[in-house]
Design a protein around this ligand. Structure first.
Ligand code: 3HC
Length: 285
């Protein structure tokens, strides 16, 4: 089965980015959001990103229009019924994801369709078992910003059919142009298992008054050649996501390096979620 029509559940920062990737790859892409307002926000975010690419001469007018034509937005999950691949990219809530996968299981008609989750921390098997087709459920983990970051992690669960893993790997590589790394269904997969303790460590240094946010970030950009410092990157990822991923890793491995610092908890409680709310370790207002 060729993947021609892709559904994205959740058109936020990650889902919108993934939708841009699939639409740019020439695939009919339908984005489902919870309300007309959220769908409109998702559409305008993708249009802004494509507009930048057009202004910078990365794509021409005809390509820009063709990509826009590949995209539709809906509030109805049933509009994803004829998709060959669905990528779920809602918030990191197991209950919400389980509910969505149970609904997708009932809605998506083709038995060959692949149901993928972009979760960064919830076990793929737990999500898969919310459906009657766990053999067709797989983890497909993109990185933020999805249109720019070259990597995708493919994570089969113990129930994923090996042919599904192969198909989704070939799709991410050949159609989306990403590099794939394979990971086991363990919290953090490959990248977050290494990245998250580093980012949480930077927060602890800041919390302890070890150095200013600016100096921690400058240290790692200029001293270690990273494109962004750890506090800037945490703001980009979203501090609510950082908290949830840290908690999941801590629960799975019990290693204190994964324990979210108190400051992170307080910032999330106070609505300082990073770039998306205009305030995190830095002020974006
Ligand atoms: N959407 C689409 N395109 C974007 C974008 C976005 N949100 N942000 C930047 N870009 C594009 C720009 O248009 C530009 O494109 P061009 O080169 O074709 O003109 C290109 O990216 C470079 O952008 P800028 O020149 O504005 O800025 P930088 O050179 O500083 O690059 C960056 C920005 C790519 C975000 C770079 O700083 C970077 O790689 N940062 C690290 C990001 C990272 O580590 N992400 C992984 C987070 S972990 C994760 O997502 C996993 C999750 O589970 C927690």
């Amino acid at each position: 089965m060729a993947i021609q029509r892709v559904g994205i559940v959740g058109g936020g920062q990650m889902g919108g980015g993934v939708a841009e990737v699939t639409a740019r790859s020439g695939l009919a892409t339908v984005v489902r959001e919870v309300s007309p307002e959220a769908a409109e926000r998702s559409r305008s975010g993708i249009e802004r990103s494509l507009g930048r690419a057009l202004d910078r001469g990365k794509i021409d007018e005809a390509t820009h229009q063709a990509i826009l034509d590949n995209l539709t937005f809906t509030t109805e999950l049933s509009d994803l019924s004829d998709c060959d691949l669905v990528v779920e990219a809602v918030i990191e809530s197991f209950d919400l994801k389980a509910e969505i996968f149970a609904e997708l299981d009932a809605i998506v008609t083709s038995p060959d369709a692949i149901l993928a989750t972009n979760t960064s921390s919830i076990p793929i098997i737990d999500i898969a078992m919310a459906t009657d087709r766990p053999d067709h459920v797989v983890g497909l983990h993109f990185f933020n910003p999805a249109p720019v970051m070259a990597l995708v992690e493919v994570i089969p669960s113990v129930r994923t059919d090996p042919s599904v893993t192969e198909q989704v790997t070939a799709f991410a590589t050949d159609v989306l142009g990403k590099t794939v790394v394979a990971a086991k269904d363990r919290a953090g997969f490959v990248v977050n298992m290494l990245l998250v303790p580093y980012l949480l460590g930077a927060m602890r240094m800041f919390e302890d008054g070890h150095a200013t946010a600016e100096d921690i970030d400058t240290g790692m950009t200029l001293g270690a050649g990273h494109p962004m410092g750890p506090l800037t990157l945490s703001d980009l990822i979203g501090l609510d996501t950082m908290l949830l991923v840290g908690e999941t890793l801590q629960a799975e491995y019990g290693d204190p390096a994964y324990a979210p610092p108190a400051l992170l908890r307080r910032m999330v409680a106070g609505g300082h979620l990073g770039r998306k709310t205009g305030r995190g370790f830095y002020d974006y207002s």
